[in-house]
Write a protein that binds this ligand. Structure first.
Ligand code: FES
Length: 95
């Protein structure tokens, strides 16, 4: 069973099973964890979270809510990014 695990400031909040084609935002809801969101379409950046372990594909071209710097730092958009294997996500928003 592959899990997406959610952390805040390095402390685990919960986890839920990876689901094909289900964005991380919804996986978090399954785990009872609320990630702030707005547009839910990759535009506003409200749902920015950091991938701390594992791999999550970034759409190509990147959505408006991400830029090269954020991608290099490991950030993903929970509303549109889909985990296809186990991963760890830091939900604390960047400063
Ligand atoms: S909610 Fe707007 S980019 Fe994810």
């Amino acid at each position: 069973m592959a899990l997406v695990r959610f952390f805040r400031n390095g402390v685990i909040l919960g986890s839920a099973e990876v689901e094909q084609n289900v964005p991380i935002l919804e996986i978090a809801e399954d785990a009872g964890i609320e990630i702030p969101s707005g547009c839910t379409s990759g535009n506003c950046g409200t749902c920015l979270v950091k991938l701390i372990k594992g791999e999550v594909p970034i759409p190509n071209p990147p959505p408006p809510g991400l830029d090269d710097y954020l991608i290099d730092e490991g950030y993903i958009l929970a509303c549109i990014c889909v985990a296809d294997s186990a991963c760890d996500i830091e939900t604390n928003p960047p400063l």
